[in-house]
Design a protein around this ligand. Structure first.
Ligand code: SF4
Length: 217
């Protein structure tokens, strides 16, 4: 990599590389830092073989970097459920197919400086795939999601990641109007399952691409 001149980018890169080292020691098969969304897309595309099936759960980041189009262009069978044509009956098998794809490609709501992933889910399919996807698992994470420790990661997940996600799906939970979490008991509460990956679960092959840009929520 060329030397950066922007102090903020230099510091972000230094932190990203420190987190990658922590992830490797926590059992991730690979953890690389890249500077841009374009580099992230190309790195992910190089990692995933042509023609395999790829499950994409609810993730803004993976869509934002243009990875779905890139994978489809190399004949991967991309399976995802952000499809308005799905019905209650067809959605559930689609979620199951995502989690049993050859590759499961997601982001993370937060990653701590010591390499722990923190995620929150309403349906549970995304955290299930992260913990027990039957194929290979790839996380693509913008450095905006780096959090010092578990406490700050959990705060980030509720106060920063969830409000825009609830807005995106048109919910009416209190965080939509307040912009932060009040640990609500609303019927539409989207915070129902929290997963903390302290290490890679036994039997999983997991990879990480950390990106020196702000991606997703
Ligand atoms: S617990 Fe309720 S208020 Fe808090 S982030 Fe989740 S949905 Fe929003």
């Amino acid at each position: 990599m060329n030397k950066l001149t922007d102090p903020l980018k230099q510091a972000t890169e230094a932190l990203g590389k420190k987190i990658c080292a922590a992830l490797l020691s926590n059992g991730y098969k690979s953890a690389v830092y890249v500077r841009t969304a374009e580099e992230a897309r190309e790195t992910a595309s190089d990692m995933i073989p042509d023609g395999v099936s790829v499950g994409i759960p609810g993730t803004v980041t993976v869509r934002q970097i243009g990875l779905i189009e890139k994978l489809e262009a190399k004949n991967c069978r991309v399976i995802h459920h952000w499809d308005p044509a799905l019905t209650r009956e067809t959605r559930s098998p689609r979620l199951a197919a995502e989690n049993s794809s050859d590759w499961f490609v997601t982001s993370s709501n937060a990653v701590t400086f010591d390499g722990r992933m923190v995620n929150i889910d309403g349906t549970g399919n995304r955290v299930a795939g992260m913990a027990w996807g039957t194929g290979k698992i790839l996380f693509v994470i913008g450095m905006n999601k780096a959090s010092r420790d578990l406490e700050s990661a959990l705060k980030r997940v509720r106060d920063i990641a969830t409000p825009p996600n609830t807005v995106r799906v048109g919910m009416t939970t209190p965080c939509v109007t307040l912009g932060c979490c009040v640990d609500c008991n609303a019927p539409e509460r989207s915070c129902r399952a929290v997963l903390i990956l302290e290490r890679v679960p036994f039997g999983r092959e997991s990879h990480v691409i950390l990106v020196g840009e702000s991606l997703g929520y």
